[in-house]
Write a protein that binds this ligand. Structure first.
Ligand SMILES: Nc1nc2c(c(=O)[nH]1)N[C@@H](CN(C=O)c1ccc(C(=O)N[C@@H](CCC(=O)O)C(=O)O)cc1)CN2
Length: 279
């Protein structure tokens, strides 16, 4: 018995659930879990439906669903398949390590195809775990050239997502457009506070009493993409920037892996610059 996940977003109207469930029944699909949300402000409807059944033609089901839904509906019928990802890194290992350890034990919910770093620092670690590592130097070259070299590598893989695991280079609007909705970043602050470089230094100078981390989709507005998940921890006047960095690392790992789990289980909708998440 196959398991399917059906994601639907569309303008809200009366009768959506009736029409959707009728079509699923007509395709002999058994609903085992169903979540819905209506964004009243934008009159938008979202649903995530887990089904079991033998679906012969995914495209036909999508067509039948679209026929019954209002215009501008989006339907995504997902058969269980492991997501394929690449991870971009700079020098810090803590987020990469969490990802590769879960990848090693097949508990990530995705398959890491490669790691790309703008330093050599994390090559040994990646290759010891059998993951191909590609070094792309950002020095002494234009951003466009740097990104072209990254894309050249990425094009060898059929990827679902790119994960920025403390990758410290700003990606151009062109690059982000080519991977729209597929790039996830872990930012080391409780956004919208402290966007950009050195958020812990910014936090120290501001004298905040909590710090945090935010996983978000990457857009060409630095650190302002749709937020997926966040966590915080309390600090006090005794914390130096170094103490914040140390405490922050634990939060960053937790936030990124929680966000990846939600994404890999197809629980995340993007709605404008926000997300709707069915946990
Ligand atoms: N288009 C985007 N690219 C990246 C994002 C993003 O949200 N949109 N997030 C960053 C990660 N990041 C914070 O989480 C971040 C990394 C680096 C810097 C920065 O200023 N870096 C360099 C220069 C950057 C460059 O020119 O490439 C610096 O320190 O001067 C700010 C925020 C990853 N990319």
């Amino acid at each position: 018995m196959n398991e399917l996940t059906i994601l639907i977003s569309c303008p809200d109207q009366v009768g959506l659930v009736t029409n959707i469930t009728r079509i699923l029944a007509a395709h002999q699909l058994n609903i085992i879990a169903m979540r819905e949300f209506v964004d009243e402000a934008n009159k938008a409807f979202f649903t995530r439906i887990a089904c079991t059944g033998e679906l012969k033609d995914t495209n036909l089901l999508e067509e039948k669903l679209l026929e019954t839904l209002p215009d501008a509906a989006e339907v995504n019928v997902i058969t269980r398949k492991e997501k394929q990802i690449a991870v971009l890194v700079t020098k810090e290992y803590h987020c990469l390590a969490e990802i590769l350890i879960k990848n090693q034990f097949k508990t990530l919910g995705a398959n890491v195809q490669c790691v790309i770093g703008n330093y050599e620092s994390l090559r040994n670690f990646s290759e010891k775990l059998g993951i191909p590592y590609f070094f792309v130097d950002h020095n002494n070259k234009e951003k466009a050239q740097f990104e072209a070299e990254i894309k050249e590598i990425l094009n060898h893989f059929d990827l679902d997502y790119l994960v920025l695991a403390k990758f410290m280079r700003i990606l151009s609007a062109d690059f982000v457009k080519d991977y729209a909705g597929k790039v996830i970043n872990i930012h080391h602050s409780f956004l919208p506070a402290f966007i950009g470089a050195n958020p812990y230094k910014q936090a120290f100078e501001r004298g905040v009493k909590i710090i945090g981390a935010t996983a978000h989709f990457v857009t060409d507005h630095l650190d302002e993409g749709p937020i997926i998940t966040q966590h915080t921890t309390h600090i006090d006047h005794n914390f130096s920037v170094k103490d914040m960095v140390r405490a922050g690392k634990e939060i960053e790992k937790k936030v990124l892996l929680e966000a990846l789990e939600l994404i890999f289980e197809d629980r995340v909708f993007v709605s404008g610059n926000k997300t709707v998440i069915f946990k």
